[in-house]
Design a binder for this molecule. Structure first.
Ligand SMILES: Nc1ncnc2c1ncn2[C@@H]1O[C@H](COP(=O)(O)OP(=O)(O)O)[C@@H](O)[C@H]1O
Ligand SMILES: [Mg+2]
Length: 356
């Protein structure tokens, strides 16, 4: 049980600002994802929440209590890292026991917690093995068991799945979410992987260059991105982001003309590949393109094409759809599905599409 407030939290290393005045609240019991590219300040923020790293300024509150300067052991947090540190000469059971070294609990309680964690993480068969005899995924489960036996108020996970192969990542993803929902422990999970973020989080905080770009549910982040960065970072295949100009009620880029209202001047038009139609070359207002590649994904295919200005644009097409490389086509975005971003990178709210 813990609600966490980050208040104007800032971290500098010499002249370099790693975290620039982060303001956000992590709700009690939620699974919060911190998502952002490598180097954006995720680990630094997590370390400050854990108390492993001091804040340069700002505050961290747990349930309203200022813990900014409290040492890690007073915060009741447990952390799992990308590559978990297990003692190689201790069995899995002994490794898990080390987490409870400083806990003032009875032997019976200690046994109960370890048995419970082993059952939840399905590591009972190798409790008496050494870490060297386990796979990467099994080691991460042991690391997670070490974290949960402490029954912390907060779990902090720093890219715990990044070092694992794709199949294992997929299965551990749902296992971790399932475990978190059963325990109900406030969890901050750091990742640079947008698929992990979308599939695991109750909410996602998107971080870029040490700043919070947006915090919201996966649905809000995906369907109503606040900035062009968020728009481009989430979604696969990625959103098309086309720079152009609004004049006379139309977004224009070369021959492309999309009716819009509520914007003027230089803007970026964002449209997801599923909202782009392929039309006959020469269609008025459509964008002429040249086929670059077609990717078949099974349930659907993705047309990747070059526009008049050399930018790549993507459109979802039916499975088995065919086009020759170099073939000339045209595409047109669904006006009602377009987002507009201003020169400052922020979304222009309510760019109401006019009926064409
Ligand atoms: N101890 C440190 N000294 C100097 N720079 C650091 C230190 N730790 C992190 N940084 C820098 O701060 C930035 C954010 O790092 P980090 O929080 O590890 O990013 P992330 O986890 O998002 O990849 C990076 O540019 C990194 O090089
Ligand atoms: Mg990191």
């Amino acid at each position: 049980m813990a609600k966490i407030d980050l208040v104007k939290l800032r971290k500098t290393f010499g002249a370099f600002v790693a975290v620039q005045g982060l303001d956000m609240q992590i709700v009690d019991g939620e699974f919060l994802i911190m998502l952002g590219p490598s180097g954006c300040g995720k680990t630094t923020t997590l370390n400050m929440i854990a108390g492993l790293e001091g804040a340069s300024s700002g505050h961290i509150l747990f349930d309203g209590v200022d813990v900014t300067d409290a040492p890690p052991h007073e915060r009741n947090v447990a952390m799992v890292f990308q590559s978990s540190l297990l003692y190689p000469h201790l069995t899995v059971r002994r490794n898990i026991e080390t987490s409870l070294r400083h806990s003032k609990i009875t032997d019976a309680e200690r046994k109960r917690r370890i048995a419970e964690a082993a059952r939840m993480l399905e590591i009972e068969p190798f409790m008496d093995k050494l870490p060297g005899h386990l796979s990467g995924g099994q080691r991460q489960r042991v690391a997670t068991a070490k974290a949960i036996v402490r029954e912390p108020s907060v779990f902090l996970l720093d890219e715990p799945l990044s070092a694992l192969d794709a199949a294992l990542r997929l299965s551990l993803r749902s296992e971790l979410v399932n475990l978190q929902k059963r325990l109900g422990t406030t969890t901050v999970f750091v990742t640079h992987d947008q698929v992990e973020a979308m599939t695991m989080g109750d909410r996602i905080a998107v971080i870029n260059g040490g700043r919070l770009e947006q915090i919201g549910t996966p649905d809000e982040i995906y369907n109503a991105p606040s900035t062009v960065f968020v728009a481009g970072f989430l979604g696969s295949p990625p959103m098309n982001l086309l720079e152009g100009e609004v004049s006379g009620g139309f977004f224009r880029r070369g021959q492309l003309a999309v009716p819009v209202t509520g914007a003027a001047g230089k803007v970026t038009l964002g449209v997801r590949p599923q909202d782009v139609l392929v039309v006959e070359p020469g269609t008025a207002g459509a964008m002429p393109v040249t086929v670059f590649a077609v990717e078949h994904l099974g349930r659907e295919s993705v047309l990747i094409a070059d526009d008049e200005h050399g930018a790549k644009v993507r459109a979802l097409v039916p499975p088995g759809w065919h086009a020759r490389v170099g073939e000339r086509l045209a595409i047109t975005p669904e006006p009602a599905r377009c987002l507009l971003f201003g020169a400052d990178g922020n979304r222009i709210l309510e760019p109401l599409a006019r009926a064409a």
